[in-house]
Design a protein around this ligand. Structure first.
Ligand code: C2O
Ligand code: CU
Length: 487
C-alpha cells in the first residue's frame, strides 16, 4: 500500500505529493486538460469512411518539464478520437512503427472476428493492417488499444489507447451536451509511475498489475478543465492496467449518469459516485454555477467484499483527478431529457445459463489462455446467458468481445442502476455470481475467435482469457493455428 499513507494527506493531484517518483509538481499549478483531436477521415465515392493510424514512438510531457518516452497513435501518446456513425462503413490503414509486434483491438465494437484486433491479428514491426467493417450498434463511447498475446499491459502503459465514439440518430435527437471538447469532454484516466529521469517505470507490478502514483488524464498529470457551460458531459474511460476508481466530486455533489460501456441508459440516474474498473466507461453530466471550482476525485473502493490485500491493490487510496473551473457566466445548457433510450431486455433474470465461467487463481474455468484452443462455440444469431463467478479473493473483471451485454442479476438480485444498461466489461466481486445476457448477431467465422477475459491487464497477459467462435448453422470450427510467443 505505498499509496495509502501518502494519499491521505493529499488534496491536490496525486502527482503533486512527493511519491516514489520524487518529482512533485510545484504548488497547485495545473495545466489545461488536453483534448484528443478528432481523427481525420475521408469519405470516398463508395461511401466508406477511411482513417489512418500510425503506431509510433515519441516523447511526452506527462509531468511538467519532464520528457517521457511514450508510444501513441499518430502522435506521441494516446490517439486521436475516432468518430463514426451507425451504419457507416469504416476502413483503417494502420502502420506499426514501434519496435515490437502489436495489435489494435476495438474494445466494445460489434464486428467480424478477423477485424477484432485480438491476439491473432498481429501487426508485425513495420507492417500494415487494414480492417474494415460496417458499424451496427447504438451510439456509445468505445475505445481502441493493443492486445498482443502476453503483452497488452506494457503496450497500453506506454501510451497506446484511443477513444472511438459511435453516433446514431437516437442520440442526435436528444438535447444532451454534445459539442466535442467544449461541453462534451473525453477523459482517459490512467495511473503511471515515472523514474527520476522521467521514464515510465514498468517495474514492480502488484498482483493486480502496474499501479502508479501519478494520475494522468488525457496524457498529463495535474490537469484542469475550463468549463464554459452550466452542464458538462464527461465521457470517462478507465484506461489503467489494474487500478479501480471510485469517482465522485470532492464536494459530494451528485451527477447524472447517462451512459455506460455500450450506450445510453433508459433515463439519467442521479448518483453520488460511480466505480470503474479497467476498461469500463461511464458518461456523466455535472452542473456547475458561475465561478466555482470543483474537483473530480477517486474515493476508497466500496466494493471490497472478501478482497485480500485491498490496500496493496489501491482500494484505500483517495486522490484528485481533475479540477473543473466554471466560467463566471457559463452558457446555459438545456435540462437533461427525462428519458434517453429504449433497452429491450434480452432475457429474464434467473434464466438458466448457456455457459458458466469461474474466475480463480488467474485462470478461467481452471485453464489459462491457449491461442490454439477454442473454449466454446456460440451459434450465430442467438441470445445466450452466461454466468460469471469470481471464486477468488482478489479483484477481477470480465470483458467479452463482439457484444454488449445486459446484467440480468447479481446473486439473484437486480443489478444496481449503474449496471442497468449496456456493458462489455463488468467488475466482479469475490464470491458473487453475475448472470449476463448477450446476443451474437450476424458475424460468424469458423476460423477467427473472439476473446473473453479479465481486463486487469496483468491478469489478461498471464492467461486469464479464453476464446470463442461464433458459428453459422452446420459449420464446423476450423480454428487458425498460431505460435504462442513466450509470455
Ligand atoms: Cu479492452 Cu480484450 O480488451
Ligand atoms: Cu483478473
Amino acid at each position: 500500500g505505498f499509496l495509502a499513507g501518502l494519499a491521505a494527506a493529499c488534496t491536490v493531484p496525486l502527482a503533486a505529493c512527493a511519491g516514489r517518483s520524487g518529482s512533485p509538481i510545484p504548488g497547485p499549478a495545473t495545466r489545461p486538460l488536453p483534448i484528443p483531436p478528432l481523427a481525420a477521415s475521408t469519405v470516398g465515392p463508395d461511401g466508406v469512411r477511411r482513417f489512418t493510424l500510425d503506431i509510433q514512438q515519441g516523447t511526452s510531457e506527462i509531468l511538467p518539464g519532464k520528457r517521457t518516452p511514450t508510444w501513441g497513435y499518430s502522435g506521441s501518446i494516446l490517439g486521436p478520437t475516432v468518430r463514426a456513425r451507425r451504419h457507416e462503413t469504416v476502413a483503417f490503414t494502420i502502420r506499426n512503427a514501434v519496435p515490437e509486434p502489436t495489435t489494435v483491438h476495438w474494445h466494445g465494437m460489434h464486428l467480424p472476428a478477423r477485424f477484432d484486433g485480438g491476439p491473432h491479428q498481429t501487426i508485425p514491426v513495420g507492417g500494415t493492417w487494414e480492417p474494415a467493417w460496417t458499424i451496427d450498434q447504438q451510439a456509445a463511447l468505445l475505445w481502441y488499444h493493443p492486445h498482443p498475446h502476453g503483452g497488452t499491459e506494457k503496450h497500453v502503459y506506454r501510451g497506446l489507447s484511443g477513444l472511438f465514439i459511435v453516433d446514431d440518430e437516437t442520440t442526435d435527437a436528444l438535447d444532451l451536451p454534445k459539442d466535442y471538447g467544449v461541453d462534451d469532454i473525453p477523459l482517459i484516466i490512467q495511473d503511471r509511475r515515472l523514474t527520476a529521469d522521467g521514464a515510465l517505470d514498468e517495474s514492480d507490478p502488484t498482483d493486480v498489475g502496474l499501479l502508479g502514483d501519478t494520475i494522468v488524464v488525457n496524457g498529463i498529470a495535474g490537469a484542469h478543465l475550463d468549463v464554459r457551460t452550466d452542464r458538462v458531459r464527461l465521457r470517462i474511460l478507465n484506461g489503467s492496467s489494474g487500478r479501480i476508481y471510485n469517482l465522485a466530486f470532492a464536494d459530494h455533489r451528485p451527477f447524472q449518469l447517462i451512459a455506460t460501456d455500450g450506450g445510453l441508459l433508459t433515463a439519467p440516474v442521479t448518483l453520488p459516485n460511480i466505480q470503474l474498473s479497467p476498461g469500463e466507461r461511464a458518461e456523466l453530466v455535472v452542473e456547475m454555477r458561475g465561478g466555482e471550482q470543483i474537483v473530480l476525485r477517486s474515493l476508497p473502493i466500496e466494493q471490497r467484499r472478501d478482497i485480500d490485500r485491498a490496500a496493496e491493490f489501491g482500494f484505500d487510496d483517495s486522490f484528485d483527478i481533475l479540477r473543473l473551473r466554471a466560467a463566471q457566466n457559463p452558457k446555459p445548457s438545456a435540462p437533461l431529457p427525462v428519458s434517453l433510450a429504449t433497452i429491450a431486455p434480452l432475457a429474464q433474470p434467473g434464466t438458466a445459463p448457456d455457459h458458466t465461467f469461474e474466475l480463480k487463481w488467474f485462470m478461467i474455468n481452471n485453464q489459462r489462455m491457449d491461442m490454439n484452443r477454442v473454449d466454446l462455440t456460440v451459434p450465430v444469431d442467438t441470445t445466450q446467458v452466461w454466468t460469471v463467478r469470481n471464486n477468488d479473493n482478489w479483484p477481477h473483471n470480465f470483458h467479452v468481445h463482439d457484444v454488449q451485454f445486459q446484467v440480468l442479476d447479481i446473486d439473484d438480485q437486480a443489478p444496481p442502476p449503474a449496471l442497468s444498461g449496456w456493458k462489455d466489461t463488468l467488475y466482479t466481486e469475490p464470491q458473487r455470481t453475475y448472470r449476463l445476457a448477450m446476443h451474437f448477431a450476424h458475424h460468424s467465422d469458423p476460423t477467427y475467435p473472439y476473446m473473453f477475459h479479465c481486463h486487469l491487464l496483468l491478469h489478461e497477459d498471464h492467461g486469464m482469457m479464453g476464446q470463442f467462435l461464433v458459428l453459422a448453422p452446420g459449420r464446423q470450427p476450423t480454428p487458425m493455428r498460431m505460435d504462442m510467443p513466450g509470455t
